[in-house]
Design a binder for this molecule. Structure first.
Ligand SMILES: Cc1cc2nc3c(=O)[nH]c(=O)nc-3n(C[C@H](O)[C@H](O)[C@H](O)COP(=O)(O)OP(=O)(O)OC[C@H]3O[C@@H](n4cnc5c(N)ncnc54)[C@H](O)[C@@H]3O)c2cc1C
Length: 428
């Protein structure tokens, strides 16, 4: 049986591993899923991952869990059984098993703190007996019929794993900052200091970035001793995430996405996904008169007395300088962080498949229906880059059940195996 190796034990890995477990339980073909993770299952939702202190709330509903939207399209005749089996790994099943389901409903179904979301992922990992390798992926090489993945454990001891297919998840490193300056904090440094209540006292603080990472950082910063907090982003404003049925349904159900033009798709993503704070974060920030928005791209960071001066650039205006005594770089993940892991031969293979030097735009355009790079013999799944081509929900938590269907469908190569079992209901 094929081995699918997943880099990082976040929600995407768990969605795929749980679905593969369900398929096997139903007697259907699925690869062996191995997940490599240096911290813990759900590591980026805990303080140790450097993206949160674990105490902030999930922006989306936890009911958008590993099986959501429970509308499997994996194989006709089996989809209803797959949906039912995936319910065993749902957020509500987790609460039922913990004995807190009724309380959660009675409290109005609140979004959990990030660390509780990690506990949910860990609960699923235990239930499916996840094949978890504790370590960090250090190198990815091309092998005869797949990938050779070098993993370093906590002591730096390396081992190699052969994989037929590879899936990359997560945003990369949280320790990166715009400048090497004591008053410019990476998001990991920010959460580390905030957790220890050791953030430097500041009169003028700035958070660079307009996404979920910046939203959580702002939410935290206003609880500390600051006179003003400016959020800096290139957009004219920070939008509130559209949460209407029409907007949400494009995220939950990617079927309609391919019918939209590229301009329409970019428009939806701009409005709903990039440069937006969740309704809850916006509400808590709007009430605070210390919070302001500054438009522009930061193009220069310079020492300025005890703090730093940031130069902001906007297309139709002269550059502006603003001084701060604390800056948090919350620009979020690097889309192509994983390329540092690829050796020259592996990178060459990808270049050949996408028809030129590796750029984000080329990779995004090459994402196939299965969320893998088109034209590569050995599957390389990059769901974080599949938003534009396949659906805006694939990079985030909006349709993890669809994501696992798409990734695992390619292994359903044998029509005999797929069609052998009679349909359990009349529904597709
Ligand atoms: C603060 C914050 C809040 C967010 N809230 C939401 C939300 O409410 N709703 C939503 O839809 N999206 C949210 N997001 C976006 C979120 O990152 C994604 O939706 C989701 O976590 C992506 O899941 P994932 O499985 O790709 O990655 P992650 O959950 O980020 O997991 C990646 C894993 O990879 C591991 N890893 C890193 N490097 C290596 C390596 N070299 N080898 C092996 N493992 C490695 C990490 O330790 C980590 O555990 C939020 C992001 C942030 C930063």
């Amino acid at each position: 049986m094929d081995r699918l190796l997943v880099v990082g034990a976040g929600p995407k890995a768990m969605a795929v591993a749980a679905k593969a477990h369900v398929l096997r339980t139903l007697g259907l073909p699925a690869p062996d899923v191995t997940v490599v993770e240096p911290h813990a299952v759900g590591g980026n939702w805990l303080a140790t991952g450097g993206w949160t202190d674990g105490r902030h709330q999930l922006g989306t509903s936890p009911e958008k869990d590993l099986g959501f939207p429970y509308h499997s399209t994996w194989a006709r005749g089996h989809n209803q059984a797959i949906n039912e089996a995936m319910m065993a790994f749902s957020w509500s099943s987790f609460l039922v098993e913990r004995g807190t389901y009724a309380e959660w409903v009675d409290r109005g179904r609140p979004s959990p703190q990030h660390n509780v979301w990690a506990k949910y992922l860990q609960w699923v990992a235990r239930k499916i007996d996840l094949d978890l390798v504790a370590g960090s992926v250090r190198k990815i090489s091309a092998a005869a019929d797949g990938w050779l993945v070098t993993v370093a454990d906590a002591d730096g001891v390396t081992s190699e794993i052969d994989a037929d297919q590879l899936m990359i998840t997560g945003p990369g490193n949280s320790g990166r900052a715009l400048a090497d300056h004591p008053k410019v904090l990476s998001i990991a440094e920010f959460w580390d200091l905030a957790g220890k209540r050791k953030l430097p006292v500041s009169s003028r603080a700035a958070v660079i970035g307009g996404g979920e990472t910046a939203g959580s950082a702002m939410d935290e910063l206003v609880r500390h001793d600051v006179l003003t907090v400016s959020v800096i982003s290139p957009g004219a404003t920070i939008y509130t995430r559209g949460e209407s049925y029409f907007e949400n349904s494009l995220f939950s159900d990617p079927a309609k996405w391919r019918a939209l033009s590229i301009d329409e798709r970019r428009d939806v993503m701009r409005r709903c996904d990039r440069g937006v704070f969740s309704v809850r974060v916006q509400e808590s920030l709007l009430a605070d008169n210390r919070v302001h928005h500054l438009q522009g791209r930061v193009v220069r960071v310079a020492e300025q007395g005890d703090g730093v001066s940031l130069t902001l650039r906007n297309d139709l205006r002269p550059d502006q300088q603003h001084n701060f005594d604390l800056v948090v770089d919350a620009t979020g993940g690097q889309a192509l962080w994983f390329l540092d892991l690829f050796d020259a031969d592996a990178a060459d293979l990808v270049e050949l498949a996408i028809g030129g030097p590796i750029t984000q735009a080329r990779l995004e355009a090459s994402m196939g229906h299965d969320l893998a790079v088109d034209g590569l013999d050995a599957k390389l799944y990059l769901p974080n880059l599949a938003g534009l081509a396949q659906g805006p929900g694939f990079p985030n938590l909006s349709c993890l059940g669809q994501l696992s269907d798409r990734v695992l469908a390619t292994t359903a190569t044998s029509p005999v195996a797929v069609n052998a079992e009679p349909a359990r209901s009349g529904r597709p």
